[in-house]
Design a protein around this ligand. Structure first.
Ligand SMILES: N[C@@H](CCSC[C@H]1O[C@@H](n2cnc3c(=O)[nH]cnc32)[C@H](O)[C@@H]1O)C(=O)O
Ligand SMILES: [Zn+2]
Length: 426
C-alpha cells in the first residue's frame, strides 16, 4: 500500500477552524493528521506550503453526462426546457455519449475540487466505467421514468446496476435507485421501486418539490404534497436523497425530519430555472441533513462546488433579509460533512480525520484574492474559485497534481465531448 505525506499544510480541522500540520495517508485512508512523527516513512511527499487542505467537496446531485448539453438550451422554464429541448436530445444519446459526457463532467469536477458526486442518468454502466477509470467516488442511480414500455426495463436495469457495481471500484461506487420524480413516476410504479429497494437494501435518489407547478399538480391529482405522497407510497422509509425540495411546507419538513430524508440543495440550478428558493435555514433548524449539488451542467452551467457554497451563503441571506443566515462555516459544512451524510457516506468521507478515506483537496492560496488572510474559512466560502484547486486525492490516489489530470486524457476528452455534443442537437 502506498504511503503519502502532505507536509506543512494548513487544513480545515474536523474540530472546526484551520490548523497547521501534516497529513499521513496509508493506502486509501487518512492515518494521522496534525503532528506526524518522523517514523512515518512515506513513498511520496507533497509539500503543502501555501496551500489549504479541505475535505473533498461532495456534489450531492447531478446528471454528469448532461454536460454535453451545456449552452444548448438556456433561459427556459423547467417543464418547457425538459419537454421541448432536453428530452428530445436525450432520446438520441448513445452509450458512448454518456461515457464521454460523464468523463467531461468528472474532469471538471476533479479540477474544481469535487471528490464524490451523486448521479442520476441512464446508460449507467458507462458512468460506472468512467468513475472506475478516473478514480473519483460516486453514488450512481439509473434514472427511471415510470411509464410503459420503458418502466419495467428501467427497474431491471437498476437491479442489474446494483448487482454489478454496488461496492465496486475499491468501494468507490455506491448504487441507489433513481425514480426521476413524482410527475414522471405514478404511485403504482413507485410501489414497485419501494419493493425493489427493500429487496436489494438500496437507497433512493429522487427529484422532489422542485417547482410550484409540480406541487400544485400533485395536490390536484392526489390531494397531497409530493412529500406526503412519497410518504404514503412508503418511499420515505427506504433512505432517501431528495433533490431540490424547494416548495415544501412546515408539515413537509416535519415528515422529512421524521423519515430522515436528506436534501440535495442546488442553488445555482434553482436560480437559473427560477424554480424558487428552498427553505434551507428552516430545514437546518429542524435538524434535517442538507448537502449541496450543482444539478447538471445544462442547468447551472458549470459543476464548480465552490460556486454553490458561495451561492448558498448569498442566496439565503438575500431571501431572509438576514446577513447572519448561512454563515461561511455552515456553507462549507453543507458541501462537505452535510453532503457526505446526505449521500449516505458520512462515515467514510467529508472530513479530514484519521480513519476517514483520503478524499482531500489542496487549494493554492497564492492568488491575489487570498490576501490578506484574516479568516481562511471566509476566504474559502466567499473568495476561492474552482481554479485554485491544485491537487486532488481520492481514496488515497492522486488524481490531480499541479492542476494536471492524472487519470484523464484531456485533449482526447475535449475532442470527443465537443463532437458528440454538437452531433446530438443537430
Ligand atoms: N427520463 C429518463 C430517466 C431520467 S434520468 C434523469 C433525468 O433528469 C432530467 N433532469 C435534469 N435536470 C433536471 C431538473 O432540474 N429537474 C428534473 N429533471 C431534470 C434529465 O434530463 C434526465 O432525463 C427515462 O426515460 O428513463
Ligand atoms: Zn436534477
Amino acid at each position: 500500500m502506498t504511503k503519502l505525506l502532505v507536509r506543512n499544510i494548513e487544513y480545515l480541522a474536523d474540530q472546526g477552524g484551520v490548523r497547521q500540520g501534516d497529513i499521513a495517508i496509508d493506502g486509501a485512508t487518512i492515518a494521522q493528521i496534525g503532528a506526524v512523527g518522523a517514523d512515518w516513512r512515506p513513498d511520496q511527499t507533497i509539500d503543502g506550503t501555501g496551500k489549504l487542505a479541505i475535505p473533498g467537496l461532495i456534489n450531492t446531485h447531478t446528471h454528469a453526462a448532461m454536460s454535453l448539453f451545456r449552452s444548448y438550451a438556456d433561459d427556459m422554464l423547467l417543464m418547457d426546457w425538459l419537454k421541448t429541448r432536453i428530452w428530445p436530445a436525450e432520446a438520441k444519446l448513445t452509450a458512448g455519449d454518456v461515457y464521454w459526457g460523464s468523463q467531461l463532467a468528472i474532469a471538471e469536477m476533479i479540477k474544481s475540487g469535487t471528490t464524490t458526486f451523486a448521479d442520476m442518468y441512464f446508460f449507467m454502466s458507462e458512468v460506472a466505467k468512467a468513475v472506475t477509470e478516473t478514480g473519483i467516488r460516486a453514488v450512481l442511480a439509473r434514472g427511471m421514468a415510470g411509464v410503459a414500455p420503458t418502466a419495467q426495463q428501467a427497474l431491471a436495469e437498476s437491479e442489474a446496476l446494483f448487482e454489478e457495481f454496488h461496492g465496486s471500484a475499491d468501494g468507490r461506487i455506491t448504487v441507489m435507485l433513481g425514480p426521476h420524480a413524482p410527475y414522471t413516476c405514478p404511485p403504482d410504479f413507485l410501489t414497485k421501486v419501494v419493493a425493489l429497494a427493500r429487496k436489494l437494501g438500496a437507497e433512493i435518489h429522487i427529484h422532489l418539490a422542485e417547482t410550484a407547478g409540480e406541487v400544485a399538480e400533485c395536490q390536484t391529482a392526489y390531494g397531497k404534497s409530493p412529500i406526503a405522497l412519497m410518504d404514503e407510497v412508503g418511499l420515505l422509509d427506504c433512505g432517501v436523497l431528495a433533490a431540490h425540495c424547494v416548495h415544501v411546507s412546515p408539515e413537509d419538513i416535519r415528515i422529512m425530519k421524521n423519515k430522515q430524508v436528506r436534501i440535495a440543495h442546488n442553488p445555482g440550478s434553482n436560480m437559473k430555472l427560477a424554480s424558487g428558493i428552498a427553505p434551507v435555514p428552516q430545514m437546518l433548524e429542524a435538524g434535517l441533513t442538507v448537502g449541496l449539488g450543482t444539478d447538471s451542467a445544462a442547468s447551472n452551467n458549470n459543476l464548480d462546488m465552490l460556486e454553490e457554497i458561495r451561492l448558498t451563503a448569498l442566496l439565503h441571506k438575500m431571501h431572509s433579509n438576514d446577513p447572519l443566515a448561512i454563515p461561511a462555516g455552515t456553507a462549507v459544512e453543507l458541501a462537505t460533512t452535510g453532503g457526505a451524510e446526505a449521500i449516505g457516506l458520512g462515515k467514510i468521507t467529508g472530513k479530514l480525520a484519521p480513519g476517514y478515506k483520503a478524499d482531500i483537496v489542496l487549494l493554492d492560496m497564492s492568488g491575489l484574492h487570498w490576501y490578506p488572510r484574516h479568516d481562511r474559512l471566509s476566504l474559502l466560502a466567499y473568495s476561492a474559485a474552482g481554479s485554485d484547486v491544485h491537487t486532488v486525492i481520492v481514496n488515497g490516489r492522486i488524481v490531480l497534481e499541479n492542476k494536471q489530470l492524472k487519470t484523464i486524457d484531456e485533449e482526447r476528452l475535449i475532442y470527443e465531448a465537443n463532437t458528440r455534443g454538437l452531433r446530438l442537437v443537430r
